[in-house]
Design a protein around this ligand. Structure first.
Ligand SMILES: [Zn+2]
Length: 72
C-alpha cells in the first residue's frame, strides 16, 4: 500500500464513522401488501392491483367450443 492510498483509506473510514456513507433504507413504490382483510401478502411490483393473486377476482375468458350441459 502506498502512502497516498493509506491516506485515502483513512478518509473513507472517517467518512463512514461520520455517517457520510450511511444510506436510508430504500422504499419501493411497489412495496405494498394485499388490501384484503387479514392478508399481508406482499404484492409484486408488477401487480397493479390492490390485492394479491389469491384475492383478486379472476375473470375467466369464455371457453370456446364448450357447451353448457344444462343447455345441451
Ligand atoms: Zn391477499
Amino acid at each position: 500500500m502506498t502512502h497516498s492510498e493509506r491516506i485515502l483509506m483513512s478518509d473513507i473510514m472517517k467518512a463512514r464513522k461520520a455517517g457520510g456513507y450511511v444510506r436510508k433504507p430504500r422504499t419501493y413504490a411497489g412495496d405494498r401488501v394485499c388490501g384484503h382483510k387479514g392478508c399481508d401478502t406482499r404484492l409484486s411490483t408488477y401487480n397493479s392491483r390492490p390485492t394479491c393473486r389469491q384475492h383478486t377476482p379472476v375473470r375467466f375468458p369464455r371457453v370456446r367450443g364448450r357447451v353448457n350441459p344444462s343447455e345441451a
